[in-house]
Design a protein around this ligand. Structure first.
Ligand code: BES
Ligand code: MN
Ligand code: MN
Length: 462
């Protein structure tokens, strides 16, 4: 495929401009104010798949946001690659921290991206990475090098738990039949060192509510005599970790798979510089579970984090008040074998049990999903590694990521196929944060690497 490089060079300005148009539509799935934009984005994705050369593309309605399905079947006896991605994005706030508006994409140079990066919400997660697959298809169709069948399934609810996708997958097993699932919605180590994600963490997300008195009270008249729900919530949350930063929920670690010392030694070989890590985040030190290093804490170990906490008076100045209620949103990142609904139950029981007399505690489960690990001796992994080796000049390193794509475990269960996570983003691309960006180098390298995956996957499948 000598020509893919030349094709990318020739068409790169158009590739960038097409992505910029897609990024202008604010497809925020979490906020119903953007409902029409999410639907418009689905239509834009549909049009792009038609233009790239799919024979059949449809918008599949679901109880929630639509799924864009497309396919090009060249020969039923050949293997089929199913590409998954998401066209929805995270909310952009806090708005004031963006150096340019989140839905007005601009290209700016950074230290890590000297060739420039596109700054916009969704540039890396996941519109940019999803669109690489559309352009890779365009190349393979134009150059008559598509070596197998391809199906696309692009959803609009990934950032809010993929409810409708589960519904869709359960009802369309035959239509979605494939030999391998290919996803670019993760990262790699650096632009010099590609990696393939071999694991994702599971997730349990809950919201808690602590109620004290039936109304807000004067903190002088009542202070000291009634439970303050905010004080209580803070204490309860603090008790969820011990002094070694282990999680204290009984049974929480029961199913956790401990890695062997050999596996941990293998992990330690992955290039990582703690000083650079701290510097990039302006941290005086790292923090976490005793007995594990940073790259273990954020991948092979489960965690519990408060994502938001509120209650009482937070306006200007001071108000002397004891609030009636306090709230928090809590996420638990889980590792393979920890079942997310079992963990949600353990949390709920424990949190209600530790509540002191004088308050009432409610726990509301949000969404969740199972973790995932994939072997490195599969044809798909090998094909991905061969593709990266060719375009980066060095083999990819297998890495377990700390992030979650809950639908991957469901794919394995319902569709009985393995997922290959070929990510091209960097941890520093600020996904979910203000100033999210995606390197032009990464975008074009992705478009170059993907057709090679198809080529090697088909060759190895023979
Ligand atoms: N693409 C991310 C997940 C990701 C990013 C995995 C980088 C590995 C490396 C995805 O869009 C995401 O944000 N997932 C959510 C979970 C979802 C249920 C809201 C997450 O990990 O918080
Ligand atoms: Mn994503
Ligand atoms: Mn995301």
């Amino acid at each position: 495929m000598e020509n893919i490089k030349a094709y990318v060079q020739q068409h790169k300005d158009r590739f960038i401009n097409e992505l910029i148009e897609l990024l202008k539509i604010p497809s925020v799935s979490a906020d119903t104010a953007y409902c029409q934009d999410v639907i418009d984005t689905a239509n834009a994705v549909k049009a792009s798949l038609e233009k790239a050369g799919c024979d059949f593309v449809e918008i599949c309605d679901t109880p929630g946001y639509p799924i864009v399905y497309g396919e090009k079947i060249i020969d039923k006896s050949l293997p089929t690659v199913l590409v998954y991605g998401h066209y929805d994005v995270q909310p952009p706030d806090p708005m004031e921290l963006w150096t340019s508006p989140p839905f007005e994409p601009v290209i700016k140079k950074t230290e890590i991206h000297p060739e420039g990066a596109i700054f916009a919400r969704g540039s890396c997660d996941d519109k940019g990475q999803m669109y690489m697959h559309v352009k890779a298809l365009e190349y393979m169709v134009q150059s008559n090098t598509l070596p197998c069948n391809v199906k696309f399934m692009i959803e609009g609810e990934e950032e809010v738990g993929s409810k409708s996708l589960s519904w869709f997958v359960e009802r369309n097993q035959e239509k979605l039949k494939n030999d391998v699932i290919l996803i670019s919605d993760t990262g790699m180590i650096s632009n010099q060192q590609p990696s393939i994600t071999t694991g994702l963490r599971g997730l349990s997300y809950v919201e808690v509510e602590v109620t004290g008195p039936n109304r807000d009270l004067h903190s002088g008249l009542y202070g000291g005599a009634v439970a303050n729900p905010i004080n209580v919530l803070a204490k309860m949350i603090a008790s969820l970790h011990d002094d070694d930063n282990h999680i204290t929920i009984p049974g929480f670690y029961d199913k956790v798979q401990e890695l062997s010392l050999e596996e941990r030694a293998e992990m330690a070989k992955v290039p990582f510089n703690l000083e650079d890590y701290k510097k990039a985040l302006d941290l005086t030190d790292v923090y976490g579970e005793k007995g594990y290093v940073t790259n273990e804490r954020n991948s092979i170990r489960p965690t519990l984090d408060v994502n938001g906490i509120w209650g009482g008076y937070t306006g200007e100045g001071a108000k002397t008040v004891i609030a009636s209620k306090a709230f928090a949103k809590i996420s638990m990142r889980l590792v393979p074998n920890q079942d997310w609904s079992a963990i949600t139950e353990l949390f709920t029981k424990h949190f209600i049990r530790i509540a002191p007399a004088g308050v009432i505690v409610k726990v509301k489960p949000h969404h969740g999903g199972q973790g995932y690990v994939t072997p490195i001796d599969s044809i798909g992994y090998k094909a991905a590694n061969m593709a990266y080796t060719e375009t980066f000049g060095v083999p990819a390193i297998p890495v377990r990521s700390g992030g979650s794509i809950p639908i991957v475990a469901l794919f394995e269960k319902e569709l009985k196929s393995k997922t290959i996570l070929m990510g091209f983003g960097l941890d520093s691309d600020a996904i979910h944060s203000p100033n999210e960006h995606f390197g032009i180098f990464n975008y074009l390298k992705g478009i170059e690497t993907i057709p090679l995956f198809y080529k090697y996957f088909v060759e190895l499948s023979k």
